[in-house]
Design a protein. Structure first.
Lengths: 205, 335
C-alpha cells in the first residue's frame, strides 16, 4: 500500500492537525475556568494535559515506522508539528502544576522536583523535550548537521521517562500506565535494528 | 453472612441501566480512544468535556431520603458545595477515577442492609437498614476531610458517635482494636469485578481503629450528609468518619465491625506499607514518599483560578481533641 498526497494538500492536512490538537486544549481550559470540569478541575487539567502530551509523543514516535511500513513518505512532514504539540501539552502540564497545584509556591515547586522521583523523571523528560523543541526549526537543523539527528534520537529516552513518570504517579491503578508502557515497547521494537546498531557501536565485539 | 431478601421498596431490576452494559460501553469508548484521532480524548478529563460521553448518564438516580437530626451550630467557613461532595469520590469499588463512583453506583441497593457487630463483645448485634437511622440520636457535624492525595473538603455529615455503638456492644477486656469491612458484592460493585476499574485492590476493603480511637467523641458513624441519607458514592448507607485521619481510613458502606485483640490488616497498608500506615493521622511533618503533605488544596468553588492552597494542620486541626491518644508515640514511625 503506497499512498501519496500531493504537496498542495499538505497545508490543509496540517491545519487539521492544528485544529485536532488545539480544540481539546481550548475546550479544557474553557470548562475548567467555568468550573464545569468536575469537582477538582485542577487535577483534571493536570491529568488531561499530561496524558495528551504522552499520546502526542507516542504518535510522533509512530510516524517514521508507519511512513516506512505503509510507504507513506508524506507522513514525515507531520512529525515536527506533532512533536511540537507534545511539547505544548507538556508546557501546559508543567504550568498547571506550578500555577494551580502548588499555586506559585516556588519553594514547594523546587522541593517537589528534587524530592519526588516521579516528578524528577517528568522534569528531566521535559528538559529534553525543550531541547528538541528549540532545535526543531529547519534552520537549526541545517546548522547542526549530523548532531541534530543524535540530539533528536533522545525522543526515545523521553518516551521512556514519560511512561515511567506516569507509572510512578498513580496510587494503585497501574493498568493504564502498563498499557502505555506496552505501546512504548512496541514502538521501540519497531526500531529494533536501529537500536541494536547503537548497542553494537557501544560494545564492539 | 449477608442474607438478601427482596422487598417491594427496593429498586426493580428493569429500572436501572444494567451496569455490565453500561460499563462495557464506556470501556469500549476508552479502548477506541487509545488509537487514532481519538487518542487525545482518552484519559481523565471525563464526561463533562466531551459530548461523546454525554449519553453515559445513569438512568436511575439513587434516592436519598430526608433525615431528622439536631443541626450543627453556625460554621464560619466555606463548606464544600454538595454537588462537589457527591461527585468527587475515592470509592474504588465503583471505579478508581474521581467521577466514576457517582456515575457507576446509582443502582446500588442499601435496603436490605446488615451491619454486624461481632468479636470480643458481650453484646453482639446486627443493625438492619432501618436500625441505622433509629438506634441512635442523629446529629449533624461539620468536619474537614483531608485526603492523603493532598486535597480537602468541608462536609456537613449526619450520624452518631461510634463511641455510642461501642458502648452498646460492650467490648470485653480482650477488645483492643476494631476491624471494619466494606460490603463485598461484585454484582453491585463493578470495581470488585474488574481489576482495571477497581484500581488493582484486593476486596473487600478493610480498615481498623484502636479502641481508644474509636471511643474518641470525634469518631462518627455517618448515615447522611447535607440533610439527607448518604448517596452510594459517599458510602451509603453507613460509613465511618474519622476527621483527624486521612480520608482512606473513613471506610464506606460498612457491613462488619469486629472487635479484635490484635491490630487488624488494612487495605492501603497491605497494598503499600511504606506509603500508608495503620494510623494514617494527618501530619504535615511526614510526607507521603511521593508528595508533600505540608499543604493541601481545599475544594470549594471557583474553577481552576480559585486560590485554595492552605497549610495542612497536625491531626487535620483536631489536635486538641485527639493528640492525647498518641502521647509518647513516634508519629514518624507510626505514620
Amino acid at each position: 500500500m503506497a499512498l501519496t498526497v500531493s504537496a498542495q494538500r499538505i497545508p490543509y492536512l496540517k491545519a487539521l492537525v492544528h485544529l485536532a490538537a488545539l480544540y481539546p486544549l481550548i475546550n479544557l481550559y474553557y470548562t475548567a475556568i467555568d468550573d464545569r470540569l468536575g469537582a477538582d478541575p485542577v487535577e483534571a487539567v493536570i491529568h488531561f494535559t499530561g496524558i495528551g502530551a504522552l499520546n502526542l509523543l507516542l504518535i510522533s514516535l509512530l510516524i517514521s515506522p508507519a511512513a516506512k511500513f505503509f510507504k507513506m513518505g508524506f507522513l514525515i512532514q507531520f512529525r515536527r508539528i506533532i512533536g511540537l504539540y507534545a511539547f505544548t501539552y507538556a508546557v501546559c502540564h508543567l504550568l498547571n502544576f506550578l500555577s494551580f497545584e502548588v499555586q506559585f509556591d516556588l519553594q514547594l515547586f523546587v522541593d517537589e522536583i528534587f524530592e519526588r522521583p516521579y516528578i524528577t523523571v517528568g522534569m528531566t523528560a521535559f528538559l529534553f523535550l525543550l531541547a528538541l523543541a528549540v532545535t526543531s526549526t529547519a534552520k537549526v537543523r541545517r546548522k547542526m548537521k549530523r548532531k541534530w539527528q543524535t540530539l533528536h534520537n533522545f525522543s526515545y529516552l523521553i518516551g521512556l521517562l514519560v511512561v515511567i513518570h506516569f507509572y510512578w504517579s498513580v496510587k494503585s491503578e497501574i493498568i493504564e500506565p502498563l498499557i502505555y508502557i506496552a505501546i512504548y515497547a512496541l514502538l521501540m521494537a519497531l526500531r529494533h535494528q536501529k537500536l541494536r546498531g547503537w548497542v553494537k557501536k557501544i560494545r564492539p565485539r | 453472612m449477608l442474607i438478601k431478601t427482596t422487598t417491594h421498596s427496593s429498586c426493580k431490576e428493569h429500572q436501572i441501566t444494567d451496569e455490565k452494559v453500561y460499563f462495557e460501553r464506556r470501556d469500549m469508548l476508552k479502548k477506541m480512544g487509545f488509537f487514532g484521532a481519538g487518542a487525545l480524548l482518552s484519559g481523565t478529563a471525563g464526561a463533562s468535556v466531551f459530548d461523546i460521553f454525554s449519553d453515559d448518564q445513569p438512568t436511575a438516580i439513587f434516592k436519598q431520603n430526608a433525615l431528622k437530626y439536631s443541626p450543627a451550630g453556625d460554621y464560619n467557613g466555606t463548606l464544600t458545595p454538595e454537588a462537589k461532595v457527591v461527585s468527587h469520590n475515592n470509592f474504588y469499588e465503583f471505579g478508581a477515577q474521581k467521577h466514576q463512583p457517582a456515575e457507576l453506583s446509582q443502582g446500588f441497593k442499601v435496603n436490605p442492609w446488615q451491619l454486624k457487630i461481632s468479636g470480643e463483645v458481650e453484646n453482639p448485634l446486627t443493625l438492619d437498614h432501618d436500625d441505622l437511622y433509629s438506634s441512635f440520636d442523629l446529629e449533624e457535624r461539620i468536619y474537614r476531610l483531608r485526603c492523603v492525595e493532598a486535597w480537602s473538603m468541608v462536609v456537613p455529615w449526619i450520624g452518631f458517635s461510634l463511641a455510642d455503638l461501642v458502648k452498646k456492644a460492650k467490648p470485653t477486656s480482650k477488645a483492643k482494636y476494631l476491624a471494619f469491612e466494606t460490603l463485598h458484592d461484585p454484582q453491585q460493585m463493578p470495581g470488585q469485578r474488574s481489576r482495571r476499574l477497581g484500581g488493582g485492590i484486593d476486596y473487600p476493603y478493610l480498615e481498623g481503629l484502636r479502641i481508644d480511637e474509636a471511643m474518641n467523641p470525634l469518631a462518627l458513624m455517618s448515615v447522611g450528609l447535607y440533610g439527607k441519607t448518604l448517596p452510594p458514592q459517599n458510602g451509603a448507607p453507613i460509613r465511618l468518619v474519622v476527621p483527624w485521619k486521612y480520608g482512606f481510613k473513613s471506610i464506606k458502606s460498612v457491613v462488619g465491625i469486629k472487635f479484635v485483640e490484635k491490630q487488624p490488616p488494612t487495605t492501603w497498608n497491605i497494598l503499600a506499607a511504606n506509603e500508608y500506615g495503620f494510623y494514617a493521622n494527618v501530619n504535615p511533618a511526614v510526607d507521603h514518599p511521593r508528595w508533600s503533605q505540608a499543604s493541601e488544596r481545599r475544594i470549594t468553588t471557583g474553577g481552576i483560578f480559585a486560590q485554595n492552597r492552605i497549610a495542612t494542620l497536625p491531626f487535620n486541626g483536631y489536635g486538641e481533641e485527639v493528640a492525647g491518644l498518641y502521647s509518647g508515640m513516634n508519629l514518624r514511625k507510626y505514620y
